[in-house]
Design a protein around this ligand. Structure first.
Ligand SMILES: [Zn+2]
Length: 390
């Protein structure tokens, strides 16, 4: 899966990007610095794609890294690029925040403000391009404002020549943007992979109220019935209620886990604009139904629901948690902040020797089945005896 990159002092720390091996071969600065400029970029505005224009079978990312190293040592000509990508790996040769001469625009923005990605042409160029797109998408996930450029944009040079030759640049950029947007989505309708115990452990570490900690199994039960990711619903509730400590306009007596308004609605700071539920089960059911409706779940809108704002017009407006920003709440980062809380729950260690509600139910079913079977065989035995006695 594509994730954000971890970059420290311009060096990519990730060993893999969506399964592609990332190698480090940072050129050591020597002599006149024909590769290493040792000049930090003042800002990074984007990525610049190139083709290596070397079709020799051995001219992969590793070979180019060795070549750069020899150029640095030889003090002859200037070359620059930050990353080489071929069909099976990516090699970083310069810190991504160091100025490199690759764009042919002298002191222009290409050289001074963009990260150069060289696509190797040695073997499977199509695969190398796919890898280069994933690398670009990983950069966009990390720095969403980066632009995507081609060498040609800076100096007119016919580069990246393989892509330009087939008139494929627009599609190349579209693919990167699509890779990025599909990677960063977290569906609301998805069975959670984390346990109640993990969730409890997480909220406990955040100073949650005991009442809120104890509600975790109920969230899991109701969310799992509907198919909503329980960890997401619980995280949302933690966000809305301050981990059950409230302190805002509502208190626990509202049994309102998500700041749900009444049908009529009203201001965020108007207590009367918020729905009061008889018990937590109702409030959580309302939240889950509201989420499922936003996600466009099958069978929604429902005819019978605790959700006071079950408006058909919101159906399918937010299939992913990220989409809740600007929908459920005005803030555009509302959904992404829930997603980062979900990641914290995932990262919480699963405490041993506890049972999830599902596990308890499964065990109960098992023992009920065993009892039924035992009764059944007892019954058979009795009938056999009866037959014999007859
Ligand atoms: Zn180029």
């Amino acid at each position: 899966m594509l994730n954000k990159l971890t970059i420290v002092n311009g060096i990519i720390q990730d060993k893999f990007i969506d399964g592609i091996t990332v190698k480090l071969a940072i050129i050591e600065p020597v002599g006149k610095h024909n590769v290493r400029t040792l000049e930090l970029m003042k800002e990074i505005i984007g990525l610049t794609y190139h083709n290596t224009a070397n079709t020799s079978a051995t001219a992969g990312d590793e070979a180019h890294a060795r070549y750069f190293d020899s150029v640095e040592k030889a003090d002859t000509s200037y070359v620059g690029a930050h990353l080489f990508v071929d069909c099976d790996s990516i090699t970083q040769v310069l810190p991504i925040n160091e100025v490199a001469f690759h764009a042919g625009d002298g002191k222009g923005s290409g050289n001074r403000k963009t990260v150069a990605i060289e696509i190797c042409e040695n073997k499977d160029v199509a695969k190398a391009e796919e890898n280069a797109k994933k690398l670009g998408a990983a950069f966009l996930l990390t720095y969403p404002k980066l632009g995507i450029f081609k060498h040609q944009d800076w100096s007119g040079k016919y580069c990246p020549r393989v892509i330009l030759k087939r008139n494929g640049w627009t599609m190349f950029v579209t693919d990167i943007v699509n890779l990025k947007s599909t990677a960063s989505q977290t569906p609301i309708m998805k069975k959670t992979a984390v346990s109640v115990a993990q969730a409890k452990e997480w909220v406990r570490s955040k100073g949650a109220s005991q009442e809120f900690i104890d509600l975790a199994p109920l969230f899991w039960k109701i969310a799992n019935e509907v198919g909503v990711n329980a960890a997401g619903a619980y995280a949302q509730s933690a966000k809305e209620t301050g981990y059950g400590n409230f302190g805002g306009v509502l208190d626990a007596s509202y049994h309102n886990p998500c700041g749900m308004k009444t049908t009529k609605g009203g201001g965020n700071y108007d207590r009367n604009a918020h729905q009061r539920f008889d018990e937590w089960e109702d409030g959580i059911a309302a939240q889950i139904d509201h989420l499922a409706l936003y996600a466009g779940a099958l069978g929604y809108p429902k005819t019978r629901t605790m959700d006071p704002r079950h408006f058909p017009r919101i159906k399918g407006k937010a299939p992913n948690w990220e989409d809740l920003g600007g929908n459920w709440a005005g803030s555009s980062s509302y959904g992404t902040s829930i997603v980062s809380m979900m990641k914290q729950i995932e990262a919480t260690e699963n405490p041993a020797a506890t049972y999830t509600l599902d596990e308890i139910l499964a065990l109960e079913m098992q023992s009920a089945e065993m009892t039924a079977r035992a009764l059944n065989s007892e019954d058979k035995l009795r009938r056999i005896k009866e037959i014999i006695l007859e």
